[in-house]
Design a protein. Structure first.
Length: 229
């Protein structure tokens, strides 16, 4: 028998946070974004109910499955994770662009080039997460973190862009949703360097959840977080 939906008072006191990650791609044995999402759902959080979903690395399938997960769980917050294996930090993404331009094929063999994600959509959509506060709080815990101004043009950016479109639609329907995207760096199984342990990544994203819960919607830390190049 399925669990009953939380009552309104329960939702306010113990909101639902959907954390998504991705399956492995590009011949890699693991994808830490999916592992972190699953681990967070298993371990839980004292201030919220965490549910997780691992998305396919697919331009065609990932966003519809994310939309279905949002409908199924009706979360107050969505934090989508992806892998940026060459980065030196956990990077909350500030903006998604309306572009799919794949350096490698996705797991379905699809490799779009210079394609709009939504032909009539806006050029960009911005995160609804307090990205500066998240980066600050993760770094204050001794884990490298910084705000990123590019989510790339692969499936991560595609999902991020579509996610913020879902936020816009739900807002128009009177169903508030806070959402955004965070890239995590590589773990040792992927080789190269630098690498982060799965424990560090899980702790960092747990902090991101806590910071989001503690920050009012449409607010962020008053800190420098831009880039000079």
């Amino acid at each position: 028998m399925s669990n009953p939906a939380p009552r309104a008072a329960d939702r306010r006191a113990h909101p639902t946070v959907l954390v998504t990650g991705f399956e492995p791609f590009g011949g890699a044995p693991v994808n830490p974004s999916g592992e972190v999402a699953r681990r967070l759902a298993e371990l839980g959080h004292p201030d919220c109910r965490i549910v997780a979903d691992v998305l396919p690395v697919s331009f065609a399938r990932a966003a519809p499955l994310l939309a279905a997960a949002i409908e199924a769980h009706d979360p107050e917050i969505v934090i989508a994770l992806g892998l940026a294996e060459t980065r030196h930090a956990i990077t909350p993404e500030r903006v998604a662009i309306n572009l799919a331009d794949a350096r490698i094929a996705d797991n379905d063999g699809d490799q779009p080039r210079d394609a709009a994600i939504e032909p009539t959509g806006p050029a960009a959509r911005f995160s609804g997460l307090p990205v500066k506060a998240i980066a600050h709080d993760i770094a204050a815990a001794g884990i490298d973190a910084e705000v990123s101004l590019t989510a790339g043009s692969y499936v991560c950016n595609h999902v991020f862009y579509e996610l913020m479109g879902i936020v816009e639609q739900r807002s128009a329907d009177g169903r508030a949703l806070r959402a955004g995207f965070i890239h995590v760096p590589a773990t040792p199984q992927l080789g190269g360097g630098p690498t982060f342990t799965l424990d560090e990544l899980e702790r960092g994203i747990r902090i991101a959840i806590s910071t989001t819960l503690a920050t009012r919607p449409h607010h962020d830390a008053d800190l420098p977080g831009g880039s000079t190049h």
